[in-house]
Design a protein around this ligand. Structure first.
Ligand code: CU
Length: 171
């Protein structure tokens, strides 16, 4: 009885393997346990939402609108794609709290050279900011927006905010 069962199982197994062989080799590989585990590991490494924004020598960001997920960590990298030095064409990325006075912040920031153009009196208006960078440099920050909505961003280097501004939409 036991042997009969074993034989049946063996026949079933051989039939199964035969069926697998008939299919493409990929099908067999993706259904094996090790391959599945590997896939899960890769997914875990990629779960943080990341976004890149570029600034150039023409005093421009490459976008005026960034969409990010609400309540999840966002990794933001500012890249200066130009060649000009940071004291001439410096850029930063400053994300303001909702309800912050954009104009007032920008005007005060332009005079705050000693604190990298983030005025100490206005720190409460800032959600997150990169450092000021020059051509070829980049800086990365991480933040989480816990409330859905629209948040203004700017480069606070003197004279840049009129052109270098936009919104982050958390949804
Ligand atoms: Cu700038």
């Amino acid at each position: 009885m036991k042997n009969t069962f074993k034989s049946l199982a063996l026949v079933a197994l051989v039939a199964f393997m035969g069926a697998c062989k008939d299919n493409s080799k990929n099908t067999v590989e993706t259904t094996t346990a090790p391959a599945h585990q590997h896939e899960e590991t890769v997914v875990e490494e990629d779960t943080r939402f990341s976004v890149v924004i570029e600034g150039n020598d023409q005093m421009q960001f490459n976008t005026k609108e960034l969409k990010v997920p609400v309540g999840e960590p966002v990794v933001l990298t500012l890249k200066h794609t130009g060649k000009m030095a940071k004291n001439v064409m410096g850029h930063n990325f400053v994300l303001l709290q909702q309800g912050a006075d954009f104009q007032s912040f920008a005007e005060k920031a332009a005079m705050a050279a000693a604190t990298d153009y983030i005025p100490a009196s206005e720190e409460g208006s800032v959600l997150v900011h990169t450092k000021v960078i020059g051509g070829g440099e980049s800086d990365t920050v991480e933040f989480t927006l816990t409330e859905a909505g629209t948040y203004e961003f700017l480069c606070s280097f003197p004279g840049h905010y009129a052109m270098m501004r936009g919104v982050v939409i958390a949804e």
